[in-house]
Design a protein around this ligand. Structure first.
Ligand code: HEC
Length: 126
């Protein structure tokens, strides 16, 4: 490639890479998810989160008490209040009553690890 072309070609390639990165802002690596999504899915069935929520990929999760968790990774805010990051989501799952007192989602007895795994699953939903 001629040196005259190399600059523009590199610029276009870098722009393409940057665009590919931005096209899916909600795609997170395993480390960024902060937990194990597969375990999270199993736990959400066990804890019957689906009694109150529609959750794609979770058996029997057709509840309509709370908002549908469809495409949750694309969501900007959790409960309209917390920025949607995996640690904030785990915090919400662990202590929703401390965050929005009196809302219909109960504090469920979970370990921080379990909440992080559930958050990791929800953060894979695009
Ligand atoms: C008894 C019903 C009920 C159960 C059980 C329940 N939730 Fe919720 N959930 C709600 C309600 C109601 C809200 C809305 C709270 C608010 O916005 O103040 C909510 C909100 C949420 C949100 C934030 C949604 C948003 O749109 O920002 C997430 C995430 C969530 N729940 C996950 C879970 C998980 C995971 C479980 C199981 C461990 C669970 N919920 C169990 C009722 C429930």
């Amino acid at each position: 490639m001629s040196p005259r072309l190399r600059g523009p070609v590199v610029a276009v390639l870098l722009a393409a890479i940057a665009f590919a990165g931005c096209a899916q802002p909600s795609h997170r690596t395993a480390a960024q998810l902060g937990g194990d999504p597969e375990r999270g899915a199993v736990l959400m069935v066990r804890e019957a989160c689906g009694a109150c929520h529609v959750i794609p990929g979770i058996q029997e999760a057709h509840g309509e008490v709370g908002p549908p968790l469809t495409g949750f990774a694309r969501r900007t805010m959790i409960a309209g209040l917390l920025p949607n990051t995996p640690p904030n989501l785990a915090r919400w799952i662990l202590t929703p009553q401390a965050i929005v007192p009196g809302n219909a989602m109960p504090d469920i007895e979970l370990s921080p690890r379990e909440a992080a795994d559930m958050a990791a699953y929800l953060e894979t939903l695009n």
